[in-house]
Design a binder for this molecule. Structure first.
Ligand SMILES: Cc1ncc(C[n+]2csc(CCOP(=O)(O)OP(=O)(O)O)c2C)c(N)n1
Ligand code: SF4
Ligand SMILES: [Mg+2]
Length: 329
């Protein structure tokens, strides 16, 4: 039997799925952001353009002269991904082209420095899907705290010691701030639930006007865990109620992923070095743990997340292992 000769090009042609982000980039092992970007671009398909803010995703995919992107992609600065995406969208509209526009940014490029550009883009009604890869700190520059860093998490600028136990302040409720713009579609997603994530990307892209997706992406380096635990940790964030999966239309919650059996927040926190000080001898630790548990309980109550019966689409029934995206012609 004659062996088929494969080149890299023929192997790629035979791959059933579209891959917008190619293997061979320089992210850390187990990087949740890299996995999420792959899933987002798989779901979005080839007819898109991306404006990407400065941050880990930009840096590990494009060390000059290489690029891991198989899509039209442009680097925006740290604070203006939404403005660049809005400009691209306006130009495409003028040319009467149907290509969709995505903006990518980390939590720093969304919650903090990128927020005014994002707010303006939403207020002007641009047809852009803004994806925030939320790893809860400024990872690219060495793990500084951001407006998204959770209360009590340790970063290089919110250390734990005599004066305080990690970050003093609360994680910003970005979804509420976004929903105050009354945009047609906003949602949260997690790398632990890829089918749910892909569905939300498609919904965002099908929506006319601005849409927003906040994806929870563990960062092994900044969170202090093994890269092998990325998906498990992301899943526990959802199952504990600390990171609820929601969909909103024009500011109203229209969908949630029910939690079948809520897990204690301690199960999520103790796997991560950034919360290690909460499990030592320090007498302040118990109070902090109670506080974080209360935040999770409040989410479960506020969004009525408690599932009463096992459902296919809940935190245990939802597809967490099915891999691969759509086939694109
Ligand atoms: C105006 C400006 N200030 C600071 C920086 C340095 N800087 C580049 S990326 C970054 C942090 C990015 O954090 P985030 O948006 O959360 O993305 P991550 O790297 O965590 O994915 C910082 C502080 C910059 N490039 N421009
Ligand atoms: S530092 Fe974190 S976000 Fe950046 S590449 Fe490594 S794992 Fe990914
Ligand atoms: Mg970040």
């Amino acid at each position: 039997m004659q062996a088929t000769m494969h080149t890299l090009a023929t192997l790629r042609q035979q791959q059933p799925r579209f891959r917008g982000l190619e293997a061979g980039h320089r992210a850390c092992q187990g990087c949740g952001e890299a996995l999420a970007a792959r899933l987002v671009t798989e779901a979005a398909g080839p007819d898109v353009m991306i404006a990407n803010a400065t941050g880990c995703l930009e840096v590990f995919t494009t060390p000059y002269p290489h690029s891991a992107w198989r899509l039209p992609w442009v680097h925006a600065v740290f604070g203006n991904a939404a403005a660049v995406a809005a400009g691209i969208e306006a130009a495409l509209k003028q040319q009467q082209r149907a290509t969709k526009v995505l903006a990518f940014a980390g939590d720093g490029g969304t919650f903090d420095i990128g927020f005014q550009a994002l707010s303006g883009m939403m207020e002007r009604g641009h047809d852009v899907l803004f994806v925030c890869y939320d790893n809860e700190a400024y990872m690219n520059t060495g793990v500084q705290r951001s407006g998204s860093t959770p209360h009590a998490a340790m970063t290089t600028t919110s250390p734990s010691g005599k004066a305080r136990m990690g970050k003093r302040h609360m994680k910003k409720d970005i979804l509420s701030i976004i929903s105050a713009h009354h945009i047609p579609y906003a949602a949260t997603a997690s790398v632990a639930y890829p089918s749910d994530l892909r569905k939300k990307v498609r919904r965002g892209l099908l929506t006319e006007g601005p849409s927003f997706l906040q994806v929870h992406v563990p960062c092994p380096l900044g969170w202090g865990h093994s890269g092998a635990l990325t998906v498990e940790i992301a899943r526990l964030a959802v199952q504990s109620g600390l990171f609820p999966l929601l969909e909103m239309e024009r500011g109203e919650v229209v969908g949630t992923m029910p939690i079948r059996t809520p897990r204690p927040v301690a199960d999520y926190l103790r796997l991560q070095g950034r919360f290690g000080h909460l499990f030592g001898e320090d007498h302040r630790a118990r109070k902090e743990l109670e506080h974080l548990q209360a935040l999770a309980n409040r989410n479960i109550e506020r969004f009525a997340l408690r599932g009463s019966t096992p459902e296919r689409y809940d935190t245990e029934g939802a597809d967490t292992v099915h891999r691969g995206g759509d086939r694109w012609a």
